[in-house]
Design a protein around this ligand. Sequence first.
Ligand SMILES: Cc1cc2nc3c(=O)[nH]c(=O)nc-3n(C[C@H](O)[C@H](O)[C@H](O)COP(=O)(O)OP(=O)(O)OC[C@H]3O[C@@H](n4cnc5c(N)ncnc54)[C@H](O)[C@@H]3O)c2cc1C
Length: 515
Amino acid sequence: MLKVIQAKDIKSSELNLKADVVIVGSGAGGAVMAYELAAAGKQVVLLEAGPYVPSSQFNEKFPDMLETLYQDHGGQVTKQGDLLVLQGRCLGGSTVVNGCVTFRVPDFILEKWGAEYGLTNLTPETLSPYFEKIERNLSIHTNQPHEINQNSRKLEQGAKALGWSVKPLQRNTKDCALTGHCLSGCKTDRKQSMLVTYLPWASHYGAQIYSDCLVTEILTDSGRASGIKAQVTDPQSGEKVADMTVKADLVVVSAGAIQTPLLFLRSQLGSQNDSIGKNFACHPSTMIVAEFEKDIYTWRGAMLGVYMDEFEHPDKGGFVLEGGGAGPMEIGMSTEPGTGKSYLEFMSNAKNYASCISLIHDHNVGQVSLKDGQKQIDYELSDDDFPAMKLAFKAAAKIYFKAGAKRVFLPTVDKRIVESEDEIDNKIDGIENTPFAIRMVSYHPQGTMRMGTDPGRSVTNEYGEHHGVNGLFVADASLFPTSIIVNPQESVYAISNYIADYILANEEKYFTRLN
Ligand SMILES: Cc1cc2nc3c(=O)[nH]c(=O)nc-3n(C[C@H](O)[C@H](O)[C@H](O)COP(=O)(O)OP(=O)(O)OC[C@H]3O[C@@H](n4cnc5c(N)ncnc54)[C@H](O)[C@@H]3O)c2cc1C
């Protein structure tokens, strides 16, 4: 069992700790940072706002796990309300509930970051050893034939028939049990999330891990980070148990692309250019469903099998389709079966549906901010991104008809069913970019603490260090200057490890109490 200090273990109402480094958040960015610094001999305290839920308590019931493991119990939405933004809020963060798909940040994205944001340090060559290390450590492998289910086979079949590039996905799993319950957490620890990899490894090297600790303020002293303030809360009762202060030479914030900027704003650490929380991107994702004569059982087998990358480059469309991601409930939610008789009819065909999800390379048009002290996420699908969304629908529909579908259900709020290939363009061209037109969900918030060399256009420098406060680092998905189009976890791990190495290579600059 992982050694975690929880609210129930805390007996005094005030805790005062000291460390070399305090890390906020235990997800992709925080866990890797904790391990790398602890393994190098640093005293690490890591604080996680969410609870510690051991895998044995994951029950494979999605509604229960949304309640237990997700931010806002799975109900985090934008101000407008038409985009659900899913994030993990538990020890291990979103890595505990994610779909296990892994990608390296595409080279063309790194080139753009170099050219437009001065990140010439983040080349494919520099990052390659980091990706290789993460891939080894997390058992990342290409899906084997048995990990590609009937659902993904339909996407593969249609795409191949059209001559489009389609490939098996890579995933961070060890001997996947093919239950398809990834988003409820992996009961058998086969998903190589932070909960079962980097956090135990960090603990082995002495990192002190606290759950139930919401960091409320970043402390600074004469232009340097000096620690944090936090509040320990009992996850059951919601009652405050203790106030906590951690004094440290270095503060690393890895609270994710929504909470990281909010913590900076609450700490009144605005940036010179007022860009904290701006440039939010999120790969607004949709699910396209097709009905076949044959039984598919989308929910049987590994959750995500193959992806269609023919149109991945922005010049070719800027979207990808990934085969998978749905049980009967999700299919119902994305296709509006109606109520009563129509609901029963629709759901009784559930085993005949296939589904894929679309990801688009959206521009950074959103914003995360505080309104009267409360979180607000502003995001509307931009007119510039709408064509990519529609191209994704068209491609999915073409693929499914080529694979023999009877009809294709579009993820629109008005019920749009494409009955034949001939109807594709007409039905999809008729969708308008108005609020609530499309059923969207985001799993990939990014970009709110943009990194770059120009303090006028970014919040952190090219190593994730705040432009204005020494020793204050960000290491999470909020750093990405643009959306990366593919699933982000591996890129967060690699960049966090890269930043950790930078810190260690410059330790005399950051640690006053050298070991
Ligand atoms: C349902 C779902 C499916 C996904 N599927 C995939 C996939 O298949 N492949 C992929 O690559 N990516 C996937 N992702 C995204 C991926 O998991 C994230 O991009 C990645 O984990 C982001 O890392 P992070 O460190 O920025 O944040 P997170 O991993 O979200 O970690 C942030 C942590 O900080 C904690 N925190 C927040 N505020 C505070 C505070 N004030 N004090 C203390 N702690 C705080 C949070 O509780 C959370 O645990 C998925 C995400 C979700 C939600």
